[in-house]
Every structure is written in C-alpha cells, then in structure tokens.
Ligand binder design. Structure first.
Ligand code: GLY
Length: 428
C-alpha cells in the first residue's frame, strides 16, 4: 500500500512511525512532513492546506490511503475533494468537521442532544455580548472564538474589565479575523483534563486509550496556555466515569451526528473536564490530538492501517484496537520564550545516543546544511513507554538530558497526576 500523511508536526511524525511499522505499507509519503519523517518516508513539498495539490499528488502516485493530521485541511473540505475523486481518505468531511471548526455549532449540538457540557451563550454582536456582562456573577469565564484560531481561540477572563476588552477585541477589532465573528462565552470548568479518542465510521465506535494533555507552560499547570507541553496515556478513569464517557458522551455524540444527517468518519476527539458533577465536554476535535497521538500510538496493538482503511470505507465492523499493558509519556521540548516570541535556527545536539526504546518525534525542526535546527515553538517530542508509569517518567527525563539546544525548555511533571491517581487507587 501507498500511504500519504497530511501535515508536518509531531503528531504526523508519530502517525508516520506507527503506519510505517505495518507490513502492508510499502511506501509512505508526507506532505509537507518534517526532517524526522524523511527517515522513514518521502516528504513532498505540498502544504497541508493545498487541497487540490494534495488530491492531484494522491491521484498521480495512486495513493491507497491518505491520513489527515491537522484540522484546517479537514475544515477546508479535503475529505470531500478526495471522495469526489474516488480517493480513500481518513478524516471527516467538511460538514462533519464543524464539530471542531464551528464551536457555536458544537455547543448548540451538545445542548440539543443532552451531552454534558458547561453553560454557554453565543454572540455575534458586541451589543449583546456586553449586555450579558451584567448577568455574569462569577469569574473566570471562557470566551471562545467560534472558528479555528490555531490554538489561540480560547481566552480565560478573570474580571469584568477583561471580559469587555476580550469581546471587543474579537467582535469589533477582529483580532482573530473571521474566526472571532461569532463567540461562545462559557462557564469555566474545574477538574482534571482527559482526552478521549474513538475511531468511528459514523455508526460504530472503537476506543483508543485516553490520555491527559498538559496545556499550561509550567509545572503544576501554571503560566500561559500552549499547544501542549506533554501527555501521558492511558488516563486512569474509574468504571463509573468510563461508563458516562462511553454511554452519555461518545456514543450519543456519534449517533446524534448521524441523526442530524452528518456522516462522521474519522477520529473523534472529545476534550473533557472531569468535574465534581461528572465529565463534561470542553471541546470536540475532528482529528488526533497533539501531543496525545504521540503517546497513544505507541501503546496500541494490531495493524492501524486496517483500522484506518475500515473507517475510511465506512466498514469499521468489529475491528477492535487493543491497548498494550503499558504506560506512555511524552514530554515536549520547546524553544525558550514559547508560546510568545522565541528564536529559531538553534542547533539541536544529541550529547549521547538515545536508548533504543526511546521515541523521538520531530515537531518544529528543519535541516540547515547537514545540521538539525529548531524551526518552531514546539520542537521535539520525547516518548518513553513502560509497564510502570514511574519508570516511564524516570526514563523519559533521563533521555531528555541527552538532548540540547539553546533555550530548550520543558515541563518536569508530566505523568504526575497519573501517579497520584494510581497511589490513591492502591490505598483504597
Ligand atoms: N492536545 C490538544 C489538541 O490537539 O488540540
């Protein structure tokens, strides 16, 4: 089989690595890919947003399966174009991608179908958004741009003044462009975050291990929001919570989408907050999480290619994905200064060879002559898997010490919440 991966970050490197392990995959391409992916496949210079270019390439090379990493090509309708041309693609169509690309639509959908979610209001005029100020009696609240905003669309506001400034920036000054023409104002949820993933052909659901992302820059969830500083999997939930997630959130989501005439084929990612009143949906995404994919893909058994083809063909049947009895931790190494201004072009050096068990996924790198240098805020993803979470954590941080680039920064507490949970469970 020939497989094309669309995208070029750590998630796509992890997908490329996982798919390249299948005996069925004879040739792997990535567009645009990254220097890490060139070690296992061929990177082609086509942007992930160039839908026509990608479709032409897939036709020319007779690609058997295209797997889409990021949300933007999905929201632009890459699946619709591929399907129109008879090309097999893994990822929902434009209409189904609204579950992520149109947050007002997603909130309204959750409300109509009784999916547990925070209280919310939707506004598209400054007048209405400001009128609402008078009724907010508890801060913080979350103001979200309804459209895709590259991870910058959710703003936590702590005071009335901040609220008025934020809604003005979005609705009047159009700081996030069209993405902020409609906003969703939401209750701020308190609890642990949990990312849940299912593969679905629109009817059946196959669960992947769930995970916890760490979005804040600093340890103990402090500092500004980022695209994700690390993750671990599986996220340990008890039977009661798992039941709610499956029977009150995931299954009803897929079936209600179908009920609305929305044919959702791909991976459905629900970002949940486990509140004291039970799990609630913070957001839906129409793709794999980043950095969650980097921890989930190494701990699943079986041939992922079969599962992705079955989803794309709408025939998931009883394909089951078994999780290995392993923990997986990913730590994201970032450029100093990220998520604000940061330098790029810093040489990445390996002071010592990494252990054969370590996975190193490249996220924001480029080749300069023969050197590997930093090219973005999130640079490298270091992943270690082990049957013992404590050892996985110890090892991943030992491995990181072998890597150096000027300004390199990372969180030191990835996996801690899992260890605390396991300790509490043992005590019970
Ligand atoms: N882990 C956050 C995201 O992929 O959106």
């Amino acid at each position: 089989m020939k497989v094309l991966i669309v995208g070029g970050g750590g998630r796509e490197h992890a997908l490329a690595w996982r798919l390249s392990r299948s005996k069925k995959v004879k040739k792997l391409f990535a567009a645009p890919g990254n220097p890490g992916i060139t070690e296992i496949g061929t990177c082609v210079d086509i942007l992930a947003t160039d839908i026509q270019g990608l479709a032409r390439f897939a036709e020319e090379k007779k690609i058997d399966l295209t797997v889409v990493g990021p949300e933007v090509p999905l929201a632009l309708g890459i699946a619709d174009e591929f399907e129109r041309r008879g090309l097999r693609i893994f990822g929902p169509n434009k209409n189904a991608s609204r579950i992520e690309a149109d947050k007002a639509f997603a909130r309204d959908f959750m409300h109509r179908f009784g999916i547990p979610a925070p209280k919310f209001q939707i506004y598209d005029t400054i007048h209405a958004a400001l009128k609402y100020t008078k009724t907010i009696n508890k801060y913080p609240v979350v103001v979200k741009a309804s459209g895709l905003a590259g991870g910058k669309g959710a703003i936590i506001v702590n005071t009335r003044k901040e609220y008025e400034k934020t809604v003005d920036e979005l609705l009047v000054q159009h700081r996030l462009g069209e993405a902020g023409n409609t906003i969703v104002v939401e209750e701020f949820l308190i609890g642990q975050e949990c990312s849940v993933f299912v593969l679905t052909d629109g009817i059946r659901l196959t669960y992947l291990p769930s995970s916890q992302d760490h979005k804040k820059l600093h340890d103990r969830n402090r500092g500004p929001n980022t695209g994700g500083m690390g993750a671990y999997a599986p996220y340990p939930t008890n039977r009661r919570v798992s039941n709610i997630i499956e029977n009150v959130i995931m299954q009803p989501t897929v079936l209600s989408l179908r009920d609305q005439g929305i044919d959702y084929k791909g991976v459905l990612y629900a970002g949940l907050i486990l509140t004291s009143l039970g799990p609630k949906v913070l957001e839906y995404n129409c793709r794999f999480g980043d950095p969650e994919a980097q921890v989930i893909l190494p701990i699943i058994d079986g041939d992922l290619v079969d599962a992705l083809c079955a989803v794309a063909d709408g025939k998931l049947g009883d394909i089951e994905i078994k999780a290995k009895n392993q923990w997986s931790i990913c730590v994201v190494l970032t450029s100093g200064g990220y998520p604000f201004d940061y330098p790029v072009g810093e040489e990445i050096q390996l002071k010592e060879k990494l252990s054969a068990k370590t996975l190193l996924f490249q996220a924001g790198t480029r080749k300069e002559d023969s050197k590997l240098v930093t090219a973005s805020g999130r640079v490298l993803n270091v992943v270690y898997t082990h049957e013992n979470l404590k050892i996985a954590k110890q090892k991943v941080y030992e491995e990181i010490k072998k890597i150096y680039f000027k300004g390199m920064y990372y969180r030191k507490d990835i996996g801690n919440s899992g260890m605390k949970k396991m300790k509490r469970k043992r005590r019970r």
